[in-house]
Write a protein of this length. Sequence first.
Length: 219
Amino acid sequence: MTSYVTIVLATHNQGKLSELKSMLNDWPVKLLSLADFGPIPEVAEDGETFEANAYKKASQTARLLGRVVLADDSGLCVEALDGRPGVYSARYGGPGLSDRERGEKLLEEMKEKTNRKAAFECVISIAVPGGPALTYEGRCEGVIADKMIGDNGFGYDPLFLEPATSQTFAQMSNAAKARYSHRGRALRELKSEFDKVLKWIAIHMPPKMAHTCTGARHD
């Protein structure tokens, strides 16, 4: 019988949560989100790298909940802006701005730039309550459009043109975006060795905390 492991997706971002669930829906996992646990303190994303932030979110949440936790940190790195907004992508322009307002700020900064090259980067961390974590990375390259195009996705998706399709991520379905995106690439790297991940989880999770089941998915 197929074994399932319960994994908590550590994000309050509903767009990211929807995307992750879509990408993981055919995996042998039972997915929970932070919304399943009531009020949970926000983890400060104050690391200087995507890896540091992903690990911090995953490890702190895993210790708090006593569960296996998957967290990611990702962002847009624009060549003409010396890699900005980078790790500050979600906070670009200051607190309280909407995705659209951040996109408009980026467009304003790119107004006189002829070099439109950019890359999305993602680091995924899977952590257990004891502290150890596994890390997976993904990167995709593209260009910044001269205006926002498309209504799907979230964040900077309406500005990121994917060269092979000449579409922004916001013009793609979740399934199409997963084929090209930084997050999709990182998850495929994880999926390629998921059997090893399950063994790693079994080794590092105490039996009473493993939250695994066989057969149908249930609590």
